[in-house]
Every structure is written in C-alpha cells, then in structure tokens.
Design a protein around this ligand. Structure first.
Ligand code: PLP
Length: 461
C-alpha cells in the first residue's frame, strides 16, 4: 500500500487550476469590492472550526470551503482604495513569483539547499541597494518585515559598538558588557522598542530625543554622546511621513563606537526619486537601515530587509557553524539572517523590481505622493484641518473634535468605498490616509475623497 493521502501528483494540476480560478476571481473583484471584511474572526473560526478532523477530505473541497467562507473575512487591502496603516498591495509579477516559489518549496537557508534562493537574493539585494542609493558593498538579510529588520540590524549594531570596546557580546553575553547608550526619536516606531527589548537593551532604557512638530528628531537636541552607543533614526514617520535629518545626525555622532541606524520601513523608498533629496540626502551615511518590501515595493507578505554597511558586522552577529554544513564560497543567506530554514522570499522582490524597472519603482513612489497631496487638497478645500505637512504619502486630517473625527473614521470604514484608520497626533484624534498601493489610480482617489466627504458631512459637528 502506498502513501495514505487523498491527493497525488496526478491531480495536482486540476487542483491548482481551481486555485488559480478562485484567486483570479478574487483579484478581479478588488476594484469594486467593499473594502472592509464582511465577516469577523470569531464568526469565521466557527464556520471553519469544529472538532479536529480525524480523517482528511479532498483538497479541492477544502479549497472551495476556504474560498467561499474565508474570502468573506478578507480585507481588500491589496485593492486600490485601501489607505489603512502603510500597506501596499502585491504587484502581479510578485504574486506569480510567490505561487511558483510555493510550488518550488525551496529551503533558502543556503546555496546548497537552494541555488536559486541564494541567487535571487544576491541579485535583488544589488538592485535594492542601487535604487535606495546605499553602499553597493553593504550586507543584508531578507527577513519578514521591518520589525525583524530592526532587530537584525540592531544585533549587528550591538555587536559592533561593543567590539570597539574589546567585548564580544555574541560570545560573552550582555551580562558584564560595557553599558550601551541607546537613543531614539520621540516619535520612533513602536517596533523599534520591541527590537531593542528583545536585544536586552531595554525598551525603557532608551533616551528619547525631542522631535519637532512633524515628528522629526531634532539634531540640535542630541545629547552629548560617548560610546558605546546606538542612535536610532527614522525616515518615514508612520503618521506624518516626515524624515529625521539622518545625515546631520550621523555626522554629529560619528565615532567608531557609535552606530547610526535608520528605520526606513516605507520612507526609505523615497530614495528611488531625486525629488525627495532635500529630506532624504545623507541617509546613506548611516551604518544600518531597516526597510520593508511588503509596504511600498508592493510585494506579498512577509518581506523586509536589514541592510548593514559593514557586511562583517552582520555576518558576525548571525553566522553559525555546524558539522553538516558544506564548505562555501558564495553568499549563504543564513550567514546574515536570524532564521535558518526559510522560504525564498527574495524571489518576490526580484520579480517586483524586474517588472517595474528602476523607473517604475520611482513612478510608484511619486504617484503615491501625488495622490496623497490630492487627498490633502480636497479635504482642505472642504474645510477640514490637515495636521501634517504632506511631504510624502501620509495625510493626517481632523474633522473637528476627537469624537467627530472618530465618528467619521467609523463611518468611512462602514461605507466601504475605501478604508482609512485612525491615530493620535499631538494630543488629537486624526484620520490617517496612507497611499502606498501600485493599484491606486487618480479615479480611486476621487471616489474615495467623495465618499469621505459625504460621510463627514453627515456627521454632526
Ligand atoms: C511598518 C513599520 C514598521 C514595522 O514593520 P513590519 O513590516 O510591520 O514589521 C517599523 N517601522 C516603521 C517606521 C514602519 O512604518
């Protein structure tokens, strides 16, 4: 008797054809689909749950159930009118690459386990560094997102600033290590503190540098600094889109035992265009950068990069030895990543950049920012107050007092034409519009703007 399974390679084509049909139908529905999910998580868990099945069912039946029930619990975030968080959709070329990669099921931890996994990372890295204007010799880890990218780059930072004091933290541990001073802007992203906490540097030990009204760390407010120290800057504040003056900060603190890190989850992609040079110049002088590919580059989850100027600092923190590992000459991904076994996520980044080209990446960034300015203009013209300078793809708007603004946000989400989230900015509730999808057109912006204004005019002030 053969393997006990309901499936065989003989039926896989039929199954994947069905998956293809259902997936294509979903994608085709996005332009007109209500953006908010139709069913909540509890309800879906009920529908898909029940007792643990003791016997399996045919995969085509499972697929049908997942699509018919599960798709009702999807948010149309890959669609053209989702402006929540900073999300981005997935470019068609990157979805297709993701499918093929799922079929290949490569273990991209090493060149030996997957030559293609290693190869696409090398090529994608070279391309990303060129687009972002970062040193071509930098090292990098392809990780799950900016949270892990912050963690990974900061592990290299921690190692490096202590090595400068003759201390190998990865071998000797943090207990007994020289104390590291860590600085971050008042408006640094929450995930940065999580990364610092995981690294034993203490979420609450971070010295917060005052920020200006746009949330930019003030270079003139930096305290005097002696190493070992790590200075965490940010490009692309999640609320305002503003950039810390990274060049000025890294020049001011430059020393062998002081490391400048940049959290540029989405903002770093502004480097694809010279138009943002006034804010983005000098970012290349930092020591490490964290960024997402699943936000503004529009590749599927989960995809981010930790980039480190000195590849040996990253490799030193991440590499490992084992008897079963082959001798190697090329770039093995696991030498740079926290994970060992991992999917070949570099394929999606490679495919996205190959499909857009350098000019296409620039156009995507520029277009998103133009759409954001149009939102701002339309809202201001209708008499609503913008709470930020719209310098990138982020718009913060108030519709009056906090209660009114919250009501408008709920109304917009209920209406379903588009989706925007809320936030607090400088003591006030604001609606946050983030434009980061390749799929958003000028028409989508006009439709969304009209829907927002309609909802807002219906809410009593
Ligand atoms: C989104 C974001 C993060 C976290 O990124 P994930 O991809 O969700 O891990 C970190 N920093 C900034 C500035 C962000 O915008």
């Amino acid at each position: 008797m053969g393997v006990e399974t309901n499936e065989s390679w003989k039926t896989v084509r039929e199954l994947l054809d069905k998956a293809h049909e259902r997936a294509a139908r979903f994608l085709e529905s996005l332009p007109e689909r209500r953006v908010a999910a139709a069913r909540n998580a509890d309800d879906l868990a009920q529908a898909l749950g029940g007792a643990l099945p003791h016997v399996g069912r045919p995969a085509s039946e499972i697929l049908a159930q997942l699509d018919e029930i599960g798709s009702q619990g999807t948010v149309a975030s890959p669609g053209p009118r989702y402006f929540g968080f900073v999300t981005g959709g997935a470019l068609p070329a990157s979805i297709a690459a993701n499918w093929l990669a799922a079929a290949w099921d490569q273990n991209a931890f090493s060149e030996t386990s997957s030559p293609i996994g290693a190869a696409v990372e090398s090529v994608a890295l070279r391309w990303v560094l060129e687009i972002l204007g970062l040193p071509a010799s930098a090292g990098a880890a392809f990780v799950t997102g900016a949270t892990m990218a912050n963690l990974t780059a900061l592990a290299a930072a921690r190692r490096s600033v202590l090595i400068a004091h003759g201390y190998d933290v990865d071998r000797q541990g943090l207990q007994g290590a020289p104390e590291i001073t860590v600085l971050a802007g008042e408006q640094a992203h929450a995930t940065l503190f999580k990364a610092l906490g995981l690294l034993g540097l203490g979420r609450a030990q971070v010295i917060r540098v005052p920020a200006d009204v746009q949330g930019r760390m003030r270079a003139d407010a930096l305290p005097g600094l002696t190493g070992p120290a790590i200075v965490c800057t940010q490009v692309g504040n999640v609320n305002t889109g503003a950039f810390d003056p990274v060049g000025a900060i890294s020049d001011a603190v430059k020393a062998g035992d002081v490391w400048t890190h940049v959290d540029g989850a989405f903002g770093l992609w502004a480097r694809a265009s010279r138009r943002f040079d006034h804010a983005a110049d000098g970012i290349e002088r930092a020591d490490s950068w964290a960024t997402d590919a699943h936000k503004w580059l529009n590749v599927p989850y989960d995809n981010g990069l930790a980039i480190v100027r000195d590849p040996e600092a990253l490799r030193g923190a991440m590499s490992l030895q084992a008897d079963y590992l082959p001798e190697r000459a090329g770039r093995d991904p696991f030498d740079y990543t926290p994970e060992s076994s991992r999917r070949a996520r570099g394929l999606e980044i490679w495919a996205a950049i190959a499909s857009l080209g350098r000019d296409g990446v620039e156009a995507l960034v520029v277009r998103s920012c133009r759409h954001a300015r149009r939102f701002a203009e339309g809202l201001r013209a209708a008499g609503y107050q913008l709470l930020n300078d719209v310098v990138l793809n982020q718009v913060l708007v108030s519709f009056g007092d906090d209660r009114t603004t919250s009501e408008v946000i709920r109304g917009v989400q209920r209406d379903g034409t588009c989706w925007c989230g809320g936030t607090r900015w400088r003591g006030r509730t604001a609606m946050r519009i983030s434009v980061s999808s390749w799929a958003t057109t000028g028409d989508d912006v006009e439709r969304s703007l009209a829907a927002i204004l309609e909802v807002a005019s219906g809410v009593k002030r």
